[in-house]
Each structure stands twice: as structure tokens, then as C-alpha cells.
Write a protein that binds this ligand. Structure first.
Ligand code: ATR
Length: 275
């Protein structure tokens, strides 16, 4: 008897997740016979749910908010990038053990560099927010050798801890959210706060934006996010939401599981139409 390989996304809440649609489109495109489920799991049930998925023959899981840090502790092996980020978004179950990886950073890089043509080498980058999302992207961004990377956060301590953590990897510094130094022009501003998701509009640093600035919101939605609206209103060169990162990180996960890299362009196009 042949069984279909099982995958899924675990989060809380998770009903809004686009991952099932994306992975089904990838499977169709690459002619892979897989099943992909939505799994809503409360934080106190995470370990039980992951182990049950493994025990019943599941092959891999995407892990989303709020479990990305907690799930790292359940892994038998972590990729270097997951260990650096302290967060996991992709689990693979192989030979009775749990492998954890993080494809968020590479997903963002691919969207910025390949899909959007943003030059990261030598760029001045500003990241707003210093939570889990920021932790996942700072390492990969620094690998692209920007001229500077500044992390601005409402709670300065968290920005400083992150800047210190990554200080060996490149020119990273921290500042307060509402006092962003604007002595140099920012080529790229990334919103990694969860403010928009919570319906809050913090005082984004207007002086940091110029007609040369590319603005990227890690959040995405059917309607423009508050940050993407703000960026457009303040004259950014371009202002986009994180749909591309979502599809690119999914393609990296799919590649880890199935050893075949889907073409993201048609899926991204379809997502935007059907979203
Ligand atoms: P995630 O995993 O999505 O990054 P998180 O770890 O809870 O979520 O981090 C949320 C980030 O958004 C934090 O940087 C948070 O700032 P604080 O560290 O000061 O809490 C930021 N954030 C959330 N709401 C915000 C708001 N209204 N104004 C400014 N920053 C906000």
C-alpha cells in the first residue's frame, strides 16, 4: 500500500495561513504527491502535537507564530542558520529524528535580491522591530555585506541585545524606535514589528525615508498594511508587502523536503490574484 507523504503548518492561530495553498500549488507544478494540513496547536500542546505528527509518519512541518523559538528545543539537529536565528520554521522528520531549519532569511533575501532587484551589498539598512522576525533576518542580511544595518526598537534593550549578538557578523547597531539617526540615507527599511498585525500604527520614523528608499513590510494582507501605506505616503521609491518572502521561504522548505525547487513566479502571481 502506498501512502501519501504528509506535511503541514503548525501555528496558533493558523486559520489565516496561506501555506496550504502555496504548497499545493508547488506540488501540482512539480508533480509531487503530497498532503498538506493546517494544524492549530496551542503553545502548551506544541510538543505533544509535534511528536504525534512524527509518530504517525508525518514527513515535515512548517512552524509559524508563536512557536518558532519553542520548537527549536524539540529538534535533535539544527541547521546553522536556525541555530543563529534561535528560531525554526521548517521541521523534517527523518530516521526517527527531528531536523530544524529556518528558511525565513533566505526567503527574504531571494525576494529582495532576485524578485525585486534590490542591491544589498553596500546598502544602508534599517530594521524596525527587534523580535523573532528580526532575529531570523539579520544574519542573512549581514552576509550580503551591507554598509550598515541598524535595528530600531521601542524597547531599546532588545535591539541592543540583537546588535551585540550579531556584532561579529557585520556593521550592526541599535537605536530607539522614535530616535532613528538620519545622518545617512537608508536604501532599505524593513518593518519587522508586529504593530500592523495588531492594528497599531506606531510613529514610524518619517525622517529616515527618502525617494531612494525601498520599503518592505514583512507582514502582508489583502489590503495594504499600515506600514506600506505610510511608506508610500512618505515618498518611498517602492513600498511592498512580504508576499514574496512568504512564497520564497515556502519554496525553500519544499526543496528541503522534496529535493526539488519549485518555480516561485507563477505561484506568487496566482497568490496575488486569489489572495
Ligand atoms: P515577532 O516574532 O513577530 O517578531 P515579537 O517577538 O513579539 O514578534 O516582536 C514584536 C516586535 O514588534 C517587537 O520589536 C515589538 O517592540 P517591543 O520589543 O518594544 O515590544 C514590536 N512592536 C509591536 N507593537 C509595536 C508598536 N505598537 N510600536 C512599536 N513596536 C511595536
Amino acid at each position: 500500500m502506498t501512502t501519501i507523504d504528509r506535511y503541514g503548518v503548525m501555528g496558533y492561530p493558523v486559520s489565516h495561513s496561506r501555506s496550504p495553498v502555496i504548497h499545493r500549488l508547488f506540488a501540482l507544478q512539480t508533480q509531487q504527491d503530497i498532503q498538506y494540513e493546517l494544524l492549530q496547536v496551542a503553545p502548551d500542546k506544541l510538543e505533544t502535537a509535534v511528536r504525534q505528527f512524527q509518530r504517525t509518519g508525518g514527513k515535515g512541518l512548517n512552524i509559524t507564530v508563536p512557536h518558532k523559538s519553542a520548537v527549536a528545543k524539540l529538534c535533535d539537529q539544527l541547521s546553522e542558520r536556525a541555530a543563529t536565528a534561535g528560531a525554526v520554521n521548517t521541521l523534517s522528520f527523518r530516521d526517527g529524528s527531528i531536523h530544524g531549519d529556518n528558511t525565513d532569511g533566505i526567503g527574504l533575501l531571494r525576494d529582495l535580491a532576485i524578485n525585486q532587484g534590490v542591491l544589498l551589498e553596500g546598502a544602508n539598512i534599517l530594521i524596525l522591530g527587534a523580535g523573532g522576525a528580526t532575529r531570523g533576518i539579520v544574519g542573512p542580511l549581514l552576509e550580503m555585506q551591507p554598509a550598515s544595518l541598524r535595528i530600531a526598537n521601542r524597547t531599546i534593550d532588545k535591539a541592543e541585545i540583537l546588535a551585540k549578538h550579531f556584532s561579529r557578523s557585520g556593521p550592526v547597531s541599535a537605536c530607539r524606535f522614535n530616535v532613528v539617526p538620519v545622518t545617512e540615507k537608508y536604501d532599505l527599511i524593513i518593518n519587522a514589528t508586529s504593530a500592523g498585525v495588531k492594528g497599531e500604527v506606531p510613529p514610524y520614523p518619517a525622517a529616515a525615508i527618502s525617494p531612494e528608499t525601498f520599503c518592505y513590510d514583512l507582514s502582508y494582507g489583502l489590503q495594504p498594511t499600515p506600514f506600506s501605506v505610510w511608506a508610500r505616503e512618505h515618498g518611498a521609491k517602492k513600498s511592498i508587502m512580504g508576499w514574496g518572502m512568504l512564497v520564497e521561504q515556502a519554496a525553500e522548505s519544499f526543496n528541503i523536503w522534496r529535493n526539488i525547487r519549485p518555480d516561485t513566479a507563477p505561484v506568487l502571481k496566482q497568490m496575488k490574484i486569489t489572495a
